[in-house]
Write a protein that binds this ligand. Structure first.
Ligand SMILES: N[C@@H](CCC(=O)N[C@@H](CS)C(=O)NCC(=O)O)C(=O)O
Length: 224
């Protein structure tokens, strides 16, 4: 069975955003059972964990000695195991892989640049002056994506791993109006996130955070 490594707890701003969500979602779509391995910051630095994820990040998976990291590589591996996330024909499969990489290589870098300014560097004096250029770069890609989508429901003629990854990347912009300002993109993201597999994956990511916070509150009550 697949073991998925994820964080035991993250601060509220990151809850529902950690990249193991993509993997959980893919596993749910593919109906592959998995178990969780939840880690904290000390585990991230451990030599043992570095054999699974050389950069100490999540997600990572392990199955029968196969160790995989990088959310894109993991969801593609899961997708390859059936037709839930990839169409049966070779061309359709290739197109779905293209969109997965477009999400990761063309959309996610400028989106992360903007998110970093808004979240991680918001107190730096250089963040505000850098923001307009960063936002412009994101808007360019969003407009191009919206133009491609047009009246389409999905990036190709059915939901694939490409949509799973693209909508996951758009999700990073949840604290900006950049997706909601573009009705076609908002409808697309909503359509992808309305899938029962997404709801299950999100609930499963959030559950340990809530349990961790409840345990911490109980411990504080005992010691306080
Ligand atoms: N390119 C990697 C990025 C992984 C990544 O940035 N993971 C974040 C959580 S979403 C993380 O582990 N951050 C902690 C750190 O970098 O130490 C992937 O897609 O898997």
């Amino acid at each position: 069975m697949i073991t998925l490594t994820a964080f035991r707890w993250v601060p509220p701003f990151a809850q529902g955003m950690v990249r193991d969500l993509r993997v959980r979602w893919a596993l749910e779509e593919a109906r592959l059972p998995y178990r969780e391995h939840l880690i904290g910051t000390k585990d991230q630095a451990s030599p043992e964990y570095r054999t699974l994820q050389p950069f100490g990040q999540v997600p990572a998976i392990e199955e029968d000695g196969l160790k995989l990291f990088e959310s894109g590589a993991i969801v593609l591996e899961i997708a390859e195991r059936g037709t839930a996330l990839l169409p049966p024909d070779a061309q359709g499969r290739a197109r779905a892989r293209v969109w997965t990489l477009a999400a990761l290589n063309t959309l996610e870098p400028p989106i992360m640049q903007l998110a970093s300014l808004d979240i991680f560097h918001v107190d730096q004096p250089w963040a505000a002056p850098a923001r307009p250029t960063a936002e412009q770069a994101v808007c360019k890609r969003l407009d191009e994506l919206a133009a491609w989508l047009g009246q389409r429901e999905y990036l190709e003629d059915r939901f694939t791993v490409g949509d799973l990854m693209m909508s996951s990347v758009l999700r990073i912009l949840h604290n900006t109006p950049l997706v909601t300002d573009r009705p076609a993109l908002q409808a697309y993201r909503d359509r992808c996130e309305a899938r029962p597999a997404f709801a299950k994956a999100l609930a499963d990511q959030l559950r340990p955070f809530a349990e961790f916070e409840a345990a911490r509150a109980a411990a504080n009550r005992t010691t306080g």
